[in-house]
Design a binder for this molecule. Structure first.
Ligand SMILES: Nc1ncnc2c1ncn2[C@@H]1O[C@H](COP(=O)(O)OP(=O)(O)O)[C@@H](O)[C@H]1O
Ligand SMILES: [Mg+2]
Length: 395
């Protein structure tokens, strides 16, 4: 006798004797045998059900294990405690959990099935009733995705990614239509520049990657305005190592199914997923400032990306912080294009006051200094790119 509803579900079995249930009530489930220590911090994302054999453990250890479940910051899966000796204090603690049951030995396989089905059904009913419909963006066919990558550090990639995302928001009537994703996972600055607190916990994303869907993605998103959502991680020097390639690619796939526009603030240094991500974008913008080293780096970076993608896709170069030549020997736009050996897609004026004011106040330059030349230049850039993007999609 086995329970239909356990088929393919992950069951944590705490106690060696429970392995015997694999051929009966737990047939079809994915059984993970573990000790009581596994209960510390276990979440419903890791298992669908926990079965604990009370007879396998000394009372104090069992009490500590159940207590670990009751103080867990995120709700554990339903718990079934079985055994011939069920200490009252332990049982009382167990019943503090949202979903728990006990079965006193000797019990029949049918009794185990009934207890499990009761727990799973109660949990499903509660989740369905309690969960307010998450604010999931209305599905777009597939987002248009633009990547922004700096030729050198400080060239203005994050600044322009934010301004571009904000420009696109101004063109959408729909809520939650644009998502800015900061892929500089370890120390991205999109959150701080926007005055928003990043909520993309990379370890949680990695754990949830294979089940990630549009609703779950919303748990990682920080809403910035009605139209703009941010996916960015809190500072963490280990964040790149904690995010496997599959998790990043899955997150981007779901984001592209959820929003109309996805703007990526890409890390300059290549990660295992960089090429795949860039290859999936409609546009790749390499941001350079007007110094000789930055222009040479922009040329090399564009060439490397084009060569390694091997698909004919070419990054476009945007020159940032164009200043009047009165203030020094900066290359002109024409000289810059000679150094780049190609035309630039666009230029963005320098306006330190506007850029500094907006990051200090938290938010796009267009919000705090709407008259800045940066805003007008980004608007023209977005006009050109969007027109091109629409034309290629329609082709
Ligand atoms: N067009 C601009 N005019 C003036 N300052 C700018 C401009 N673009 C960016 N900045 C400033 O340059 C600095 C580096 O920009 P940032 O976007 O963090 O670069 P990156 O992401 O490429 O490292 C920031 O202080 C930002 O405010
Ligand atoms: Mg940056």
């Amino acid at each position: 006798m086995s329970t239909q509803s356990l088929s393919g579900r992950r069951v944590l079995a705490i106690g060696p004797a429970l392995a015997g249930l694999a051929d009966g009530p737990l047939a079809g489930a994915q059984l993970e045998q573990a000790t009581l220590a596994r209960l510390i911090g276990v979440t419903a994302a890791e298992a669908d059900l926990i079965i604990i054999d009370a007879d396998a453990w000394a009372d104090p250890a069992l009490a500590a294990g159940i207590q670990a479940l009751t103080i867990s910051p995120s709700p554990p899966p339903p718990v079934l405690l079985v055994g011939s000796h069920l200490p009252t204090a332990v049982v009382r603690n167990l019943f503090r959990l949202d979903h728990s049951d006990v079965l006193e030995a000797p019990y029949t396989p049918e009794a185990v099935v009934a207890a499990i089905e009761g727990l799973l059904a109660a949990q499903t009913a509660k989740t369905a009733a309690a969960a307010p419909a998450p604010a999931v963006p209305q599905a777009a066919a597939v987002a248009r995705c633009w990547a922004v990558i700096g030729a050198v550090g400080g060239s203005g990639a994050t600044t322009l990614a934010i301004e571009i995302a904000n420009q696109l928001c101004g063109r959408q009537a729909k809520e939650k239509s644009v998502c800015l994703i900061d892929l500089c996972l370890a120390d991205g600055s999109a959150g701080p520049y926007l005055g928003a607190s990043p909520t993309l916990r990379v370890a949680d994303l990695a754990a949830a990657a294979d089940k990630l869907d549009a609703a779950m993605l919303q748990a990682f998103v920080t809403p910035v305005t009605k139209q703009l959502d941010l996916l960015a991680a809190p500072r963490d020097p280990q964040a790149f190592e904690a995010a496997p390639r599959e998790a990043i690619l899955r997150m981007l796939e779901i984001a592209c199914e959820s929003y109309d526009w996805v703007i990526l603030d890409m890390p300059r240094h290549r990660r295992s997923w960089s090429l795949e991500v860039l290859g999936g974008c409609d546009e790749m913008l390499v941001i350079s400032e007007l110094t000789v080293p930055a222009l040479l780096a922009a040329r090399s970076l564009s060439d490397e990306i084009e060569r390694d993608l091997g698909s004919g896709q070419k990054p476009k170069i945007v020159l940032n912080r164009l200043a009047s030549r009165m203030f020094g020997p900066a290359p002109s736009m024409a000289e810059a294009e000679r150094a780049l050996q190609r035309k630039a897609e666009g230029g963005v004026s320098s306006d330190w006051e506007a850029a500094a004011a907006s990051v200090n106040l938290g938010g796009p330059i267009a919000t705090h200094r709407p008259k800045s030349k940066i805003v007008k230049d980004v608007q023209q850039l977005v006009d050109r790119l969007a027109a091109h993007s629409v034309a290629t999609k329609a082709a």
